[in-house]
Design a protein around this ligand. Structure first.
Ligand code: ADP
Ligand code: MG
Length: 465
C-alpha cells in the first residue's frame, strides 16, 4: 500500500478531526460512540481515505449504515477524496488464508472516477475482491453444491470445462463464488492474472476505450488475462457493439486455453437479449445453477455468521432457527436480518431473545408474511396446469385434473394455517381423509418425480412472493 507523504498526512489528520466533529453533531451520542468513535484514520490510498475498524462486524455495519455519510463529509472537507475504504485492523480479526491483512472493503461505486469524464485505460481493469468471499466462508448445501464443486474445480489446475457458467437468483452466492475462485487462484500462483469484473464495468471500459480510440489496448488488457470472470452477464444483452466485443474477447481467450467464468441471473438459454451464437457459446462448458436456499442451508449460514461475531453478541439457537424459517428470500436478506438483531443488541446492550428479534425485525417479517389463501393457490395451480378453477371443486377424477387438485391441496396444507377439514371444504366439500391422501400422494411423488418437485417449488415461490 502506498501512503502519501507526511505533510499530506498532516492535513489529513486535520480533515479527519473535522469529519469526526461533523459526525458527532449529526448522530446521537450512543450511535457515535458505538459505531463511529472506534474508527481510526490510517491514511490515503490513491484518492480514498483508508479507515481502520476493530472488528469485521463493525466494518460491515459501518459500511452499510454510515459509509455514504462519511464519504460525503470527507468530500465536503476535502473534495479530492473520492471514497473511503474500511479495513479491519491487523490482529483484531480472523482473516481468510492468502488474503492480505489490509485488503480493504472498498465502498461505493468502485470504478467511478472522481470526475465524470472517462480517463484513459490504466491497466487496472478488474474490480476489487471482497476478502470475506472465500471458499472457507461459503456454506454448502443441496441447493448450491453443484455450483460450489464446479467453482472449486475451476480454481484448481487444469479445469476440465470452459467456460463455467454460474446462474441463480439474486443474493444466492454467485459473486461470492467468483471471488472465492479468484482468491484461490491468486493464493496458489500470484503470477496468474485473474481479472474479475461486472458486465457493467466491462461495458464501461469498452465505451471508455472507444472514446479514447484505444480499443487496441482494451483488447490487449483483457486478452492478457489467464482467467477472466464476468459477473452478471445478463446486463450485456442489447448493446450490440459490447456484445460483439465481449464475444471476441471471449473467443480469443478460450482459443488460447484461458479460463472463463461468467455468472448470470438466468440460464444461457434464457438470456434472450443476447445473440444466439453468444448464448450457445456460453453454454459450451459447464452450466451450474444455484437453487433457492433450503431451510438447512439457511440455518447453516446463520450459524456460521453468528460465529463471526460471537465475541460481540451471542445469538441463541432458537433465534437462528426462527430467522431461517422466516427469511426465505435470499442469503443477503438473511444476513441483513441477523446483522440488525446483533447491532440492536450491541447498541442498546440488550440480550438477544426471540421476542427481541421479532421486535427488531417487525417490518421485515411483515413483508415476508404475505398471507397466502387457498383461493390464491387454486387459481395459480389451475393456471399453471391449464385447467379451469372450477375443476378444483369438481368431482372429475381424470388424472389431468385430479393431480393438479392434489398439488393445490398439498400447497394449501404447507402454506396456510388451515386444517385438513377446512381444506377439504374449500375443494368442493371433500372429506379430510381425501385431503390427507392427496398430501401423502404428492409427498411420495415429489421424491421420485423431479419435474413435479420443481413445479411445486416454483409455485410455492410465486405464492410466497
Ligand atoms: P449474488 O451474486 O448471487 O447476488 P452474493 O454472492 O452477492 O449473491 O451473495 C449475497 C450475500 O450472501 C453475500 O454476503 C454472500 O457472502 C452471502 N452468501 C450467499 N450464499 C452463501 C453461502 N452459501 N454461504 C455463506 N454466505 C453466502
Ligand atoms: Mg452478484
Amino acid at each position: 500500500m502506498h501512503l502519501h507523504s507526511k505533510s499530506v498526512t498532516y492535513d489529513l489528520d486535520e480533515h479527519w478531526s473535522q469529519v469526526q466533529g461533523l459526525l458527532r453533531t449529526e448522530f446521537d451520542d450512543t450511535a457515535y460512540r458505538t459505531w463511529l468513535a472506534p474508527l481510526d484514520l490510517i491514511g490515503l490510498e490513491g484518492d480514498r481515505v483508508l479507515l481502520g475498524v476493530p472488528t469485521r462486524f463493525l466494518r460491515d455495519w459501518v459500511a452499510a449504515h454510515y459509509a455514504d455519510r462519511i464519504r460525503a463529509l470527507w468530500r465536503c472537507v476535502n473534495p479530492r477524496v473520492c471514497g473511503i475504504a474500511l479495513t479491519v485492523k491487523p490482529g483484531s480479526s480472523v482473516r481468510p488464508a492468502g488474503v492480505a491483512a489490509t485488503a480493504p472493503t472498498l465502498l461505493g461505486p468502485a470504478p467511478a472516477p472522481c470526475d465524470a469524464a472517462p480517463q484513459p485505460l490504466d491497466g487496472d481493469i478488474g474490480a476489487p475482491l471482497d476478502p470475506r468471499f472465500t471458499f472457507d466462508n461459503f456454506v454448502v448445501g443441496k441447493s448450491n453444491n453443484l455450483a460450489f464443486a464446479a467453482a472449486r474445480r475451476v480454481a484448481a489446475p487444469e479445469p476440465p470445462f470452459n467456460p463455467l457458467f454460474l446462474y441463480g437468483g439474486v443474493g444466492l452466492g454467485k459473486t461470492h463464488l467468483m471471488h472465492a475462485i479468484a482468491w484461490q487462484i491468486r493464493a496458489q500462483n500470484p503470477r496468474r492474472k485473474v481479472v474479475y469484473l461486472s458486465a457493467e464495468k466491462f461495458m464501461y471500459q469498452f465505451i471508455k476505450a472507444l472514446r479514447f480510440k484505444d480499443t487496441m489496448s482494451f483488447k490487449e488488457l483483457f486478452r492478457s488475462a489467464d482467467v477472466l470472470m464476468v459477473d452478471d452477464v445478463q446486463f450485456i444483452g442489447g448493446k450490440e457493439s459490447t456484445q460483439e466485443e465481449f464475444f471476441h474477447t471471449f473467443n480469443a481467450l478460450a482459443d488460447r486455453g484461458r479460463q472463463i467464468v461468467v455468472s448470470s441471473d438466468r440460464s444461457p438459454a434464457e438470456l434472450t437479449g443476447l445473440e444466439e451464437r453468444i448464448r450457445s457459446r456460453l453454454g459450451w462448458g459447464l452450466v451450474a445453477d444455484i437453487q433457492p436456499t433450503t431451510y438447512e442451508l439457511r440455518l447453516g449460514i446463520l450459524q456460521s455468521k453468528a460465529q463471526e461475531f460471537v465475541r460481540e453478541a451471542r445469538v441463541p439457537d432458537n433465534v437462528l432457527a426462527f430467522l431461517a424459517h422466516r427469511i426465505t428470500s435470499n442469503v443477503r436478506e438473511l444476513e441483513g436480518a441477523l446483522n440488525r438483531v446483533v447491532a440492536q443488541a450491541i447498541l442498546v446492550g440488550r440480550a438477544i431473545t426471540l421476542e427481541m428479534a421479532q421486535d427488531v425485525l417487525r417490518d421485515l417479517l411483515r413483508a415476508h408474511e404475505r398471507r397466502v389463501t387457498i383461493e390464491d393457490i387454486q387459481k395459480l395451480v389451475a393456471e399453471h396446469y391449464r385447467i379451469r378453477i372450477a375443476d378444483m371443486h369438481s368431482a372429475r377424477r381424470a388424472r389431468a385434473v385430479a393431480r393438479p387438485r392434489q398439488v393445490a391441496m398439498y400447497l394449501a396444507k404447507q402454506l396456510t394455517p388451515r386444517s385438513l377439514p377446512e381444506i377439504g371444504r374449500k375443494f368442493g366439500g371433500r372429506d379430510h381423509t381425501t385431503v390427507m391422501h392427496a398430501i401423502r400422494k404428492i409427498e411420495e411423488l415429489r421424491s421420485t418425480d423431479p419435474v413435479l418437485s420443481e413445479d411445486i417449488e416454483a409455485l410455492r415461490r410465486l405464492l410466497q412472493g
